[in-house]
Structures are given as C-alpha cells and as structure tokens.
Design a protein around this ligand. Sequence first.
Ligand SMILES: Nc1ncnc2c1ncn2[C@@H]1O[C@H](COP(=O)(O)OP(=O)(O)OP(=O)(O)O)[C@@H](O)[C@H]1O
Length: 699
Amino acid sequence: MQKSGISQNNSPGVLPQQSIHQSGSRRSQISTGQHSSPTVFPEKRGKVRSSRQKEKNIANDDTEKVKAEVHKIDIGDEQSDLLGYEVFSGKLVLEKKTAHSNTDVQNATGTAYQDAVDAKLTSKALIWGHMMLSLEDVVSVSYMAGLGQFTVHSYPITKKSCMLSCFVKPRRTRKDFRFLASSPEDAVQWVSGFADQQCFVNFSENPMVSMKKQSSEILAADFLFEPHIKCKSPPKMLVILNPRSGHGRSSKVFESKVKPIFQLAGFKTEIIKTTTAGHARKLASSVDFNTCPDGIICVGGDGIVNEVLNGLLTRDNQEEAISIPIGIIPAGSDNSLVWTVLGVRDPVSAALTIVKGGLTATDVFAVEWIRTVLELSEKYQKRFGPLRYFVAGFLKFLCLPKYNYELEYLPVSKERSRAEGIPKASSLSSIDSIMTPSRVSEDPDMGGSTLASSEPSDYVRGIDPKIKRLSSGRINVVAEAEEVLHPQVSLSATPIWPRTRSKSRTDKAWTGLTTANDSRPSRGTVAMNDKEDISSTTSDPGLYWDREPKWDTQPKWDAEPNWDGDTEDPIELSGPPDDIELGIKKEEVPKLEEKWVVKKGQFLGVLICNHSCRTVQSLSSQVVAPKAEHDDSSLDLLMVHGGGRLRLLRFLTNLQGGRHVSLPYVEYLKVALFKEFKLKSSQLMIDAFICDAGEVSEG
Ligand SMILES: Nc1ncnc2c1ncn2[C@@H]1O[C@H](COP(=O)(O)OP(=O)(O)OP(=O)(O)O)[C@@H](O)[C@H]1O
C-alpha cells in the first residue's frame, strides 16, 4: 500500500500546498513560508475516544513484539519542552501486521482497538504510549482514503546494544509504523496533522470507493468520506551523480539508500550520471531550471559540488542561478564539505535532511590557478581516495621548497562583526588552501590559459561580480575565462519548503538567507545579492580591488625557490617583535575606512577556511580552523610562518590533535569575507592534503 501510493502525488484528495517557488523572489517566499495555525484541529484536541475498541484481534505476543521494536526508537522525554506544540491527540493502535487487502484492514479496524493508547502529534514528534518518534525522522505518511489506518514512514537512528555501540556507529534504518485510528475521519485528522507539519502524504484512493463511484449506486455519503488533505506538493529535482565518487560506490549508495527515501517523499527526480570530469559543471551551467525548479542534488564528493557551483555561477542569470537550492548526498571518498558545513556524513541522514527542508545560505569564493599539492593529489585519486591528499602532501614535503608570500588581508574584529550586525550566512564552498600559482589551467572546461603565468599574484576572492568586471580589465587579462568569482550563493543543502519551528542549523541559516539582502551592511554582501547595486561596489571592495596594494614590481624573492627548505629570507622587518622573530614584515595599508594588512615573508603555509575543515575519516580531533563557522560571514586565516621541514612537521603533528593553532609560529585570525586576499609569491604551497580542497580545484 505504501509503495503504491508513492507515485500518486497528485491523486485527488490531496491538496498541494502552494509551492514556494511559484512566483516572485524565492528568498522572500522562503522567508515568509510558515506553518499554518499551531493547532490544526482544535475541535479534536484532547479528544479521547473510548467506545468501540473492546474487541480484540491482535495477539498479545504480537503486541509485545511491536512494543519491543518501538522501544528501540524511544527517545526523549514526553514532558520535555522539546516536544513543541500539540497538533492533534487521540487514541491509536500500533499495528504489527501489514494489511494486504481491504478486508484485512477492515477486520483490523473493527477489532484491534482495545490496544489503543493515548497518542499525541506535536510539532516535533508523534508520541503514543511511552513511545516517541521524532518528526525529524519521518519521511512521509501513507494513507488510503476511507480507511481508519495510516502508515508513518521513518528513518530513526537505531541504537545498537551497549557492547556493540562502542564499535558500531548508530545508523538510520527504515521503520514503517502502521497505526489504526478510531475511525476513518480520525485517521484523516492524524494524516492532516502530519501534512501540516510538512510531512509529505502519499495519498491513494480506496479502490472500493473508486468502484462505487463508477457504479450507478453512488451514495452521496461516499464522497463525504473522501478526505481532502492539504499536503505540500512533491518537489522536482535534478540529481547529478558522479559514478566515480567514493571509489565507484556512489551509484550503489544512491540506489540503495537515497532513492527509496526520495520516492517515499514523493520527489520527482531526473537522475543524470556524469560521464567525464566537467560534465556536472556543464549541466549546471545549462540546465533549464523549469525542469528542476526545486533544486539540484549532487551525489558524490566535494568535487561534484564544486562543479555544480561553478556551473551555476557561470550562468547569465546569476540571480536565478544562486537561488536554486543545492542538495548534497555524501557519496564521495571524503565528503568533508558536507560534513563540516552541514554536520551530516551519511547519505541517509543527508537525504533525510533534504526531505525535511530548510536552506543554508552560502558564501562562495574562488581561488585562481591552483596547482601543486592539489593537482598532484588528483593524480592519486583512484589509487588512494581520500588518502591522496596525504600522499601528495608527503611527496611535497619531501621536496619542500621555500615559500615567500606577500599577503594582504582585511582583519575583522569581533566588535566590527557585531557592530555591523552581520547576519548568519553559511559558507558551503570553502577555500581550504591556496596553492602554487599555476601557469596553465589544464582543464579546458576551466578556460585555462597560458596567460595565467603573467599574473603576478594569486587571489582568493569572495567579491561581487561587478567588482570582477571593474577589476578584470586592469588586473587580469584572463580573469573572465579563468576565474569564477562567486557572489553569495543561496545554496541549500536542503530543499525549499520551510521548517518553521525547528531550531536546527538549517533554520538558523534561513535567517541568514532571508536577511542577507536587507540587513547586512557589508558592502560585499549586499552587492552579492544585488547585482544592480552599484553603490555597493563603488564604495569599497571594488576599489580595493582596483587600488591594489603596492606590489613590488620585481620582488627580490621572486628568484628561484630555495628547495632546501632553509629559512633565509632577507626581508627587512619592521613589525612587532613576534613578527620580527618570524621573519615577517607587517605594514598597514589604510584605504578609506578599512585597514588592510600586508604581510611579507616566508611561510610554510597559508590556509583559508570558511568552515572548520574537520576531516571525516579522522577519529582524532583534527580540525584545521577550530573557530571557523560556516555562517559567520568571515574567513579564518591561518598563517604558518617561517620555513623548514622540521617546523612543518611539528605543525602537521600538532594538527592531528588540533593543537597547531597554539604553536608560536602559527597566526590564526578572522578576516573579512567578500574581500580579496592577494598573495604574491615565487612558490606557494598550502597543505591541501589536510583539508579537502577538492571543492576549489575547479574554482
Ligand atoms: N564520470 C566521471 N569520470 C571521471 N571523473 C569524473 C566523473 N564525474 C566527475 N568526475 C570528477 O571526479 C572528481 C572527484 O569527484 P568527487 O569529489 O565527487 O568524488 P571523490 O573524490 O570520491 O570525493 P571527495 O572529493 O569527497 O574525496 C570531480 O572533481 C569531477 O570533476
């Protein structure tokens, strides 16, 4: 019954709620999308039906088994405030057996009600007896018109026994709960309650009712039993799957774990498997959004997400492109992006998150001309999977060159952030590293050009496209082709209908999404969302870009790199004592109201993170940027000063335990997003292997 109902999304009796994408600005619709009244059926509240439930039919042993099973998902405390507000209450019987025919159902309906227990649907959970099922775990509800029963499809986290729980991670597994209400009308109320809590309803028409309709003996009363349940309309999405991801296991992961959830949730999906690197990017840059108005789901690792982002951001209509939600199903070999930004790492949880809804706004920025470790690591993708970064890093480590940078950044103080009231906006795309400037981007899809070698600096940006236009002509002759400058992208890892009561991270991010256009005073941010807002770019960041710092035309350290790794940078130092110690020259370049800081000297690495970069596989506490938050509208900058293998080794060793930031030669600070970093060097190497920089490789 459940399965048959999945595809019948438009069956009569279900009144789809208005899609939030139907007209106007998506963001405003998202922001205004709210639940209906807290109590859906006040007239039914507290109702206790006691009558015709005396006959028995379900054997006691069955009941015990059911209880045992349900206990496995018993979570929370009924008295807790976490349960939200009450939507509907009454009596329910949990049925063990699946009814195969209408007769079965009717028999059960008439005879099992003696086991009915008090039940309550709240905005957070379904509670019956001593059991509770969180609505976060509910995918959908199936209901056949005219019957007194309904089935709740869920994916709760199943706990293992104590002994095993130490070794086995808790997993989500499918549980279907078939409930018997006291009457068909009551069942409709329950189902409507679920629908009101944004659960999709697989509604199917009762075949007997259909038959009666066709017969000449139609009674008007029959139609009265046909319920009208207001349900959200099934989303239409494009799934882009990288079959190479996760050592070629991504297709299996999707088919076995994710697709069934999407089917239960009524998703209408078109699934496209990529055939080559760059395919996802092309798809995202050219897909007709009418075919996937509710979003694009990336199945694979960080690389596929990156491709989709880049594809979207090369579209002509950027405003539309950045508003299309993006879902991520982690099926790659590392998946650190979705893990660090959204806190999920298993495909089932990710699918559930997508089904449940919510949006996470993201700021995206770009790196130009990435090479060395990252490029090297890609060569080892097939052989080493996520270990490729380590292998590539190790090889680089063995032939450690000397790195001299001139780094310009705009520090952001806590006070400044607070004063500006920067709203939360998450950063899905991260720049985990800045790599050696490459001479040619070899990916034709990236518009590589040999002219890149003439670029004196590397830039990491998160700035307005307008800034790009203003600046590209002057600074970078290949910028249009090479770089992808990312405005704030209202990406979502989740779909588009609202979750109004949850205090989840996605809800938090919604706030960021909906307020970003209005309240964020940051020039860049405003500009990201409004391409026509010239003032936002002429006042500041664009000018920063144009008024680039006074680079040395030919810095003395632009000579051949010293491959022995010794620190012998002859730079004159004028900064504070610690900077002197580290061989860093620090000078402030005040520009308008902002104060850019320029640092010159030798670095072992410069890492820029917009999320904490937790490693998925790592059992240790390895976090690259422990203070980084994906939604604080700033970037975390780590500068590893100095040179030499010994120092690098110490840094890497400490990194494993998250102690690297306390090393005296590691400088860790927050810098403003939507500005550019500029690095000028003869050789750059950043430790891409410690973060997953895959998502920026095509950036
Ligand atoms: N059909 C394909 N054949 C070969 N390469 C592909 C194909 N589709 C995509 N790619 C490339 O594979 C790269 C790696 O993919 P992805 O990041 O999705 O998986 P992964 O490397 O296993 O995961 P992770 O990045 O989390 O380690 C992408 O950058 C993409 O360009």
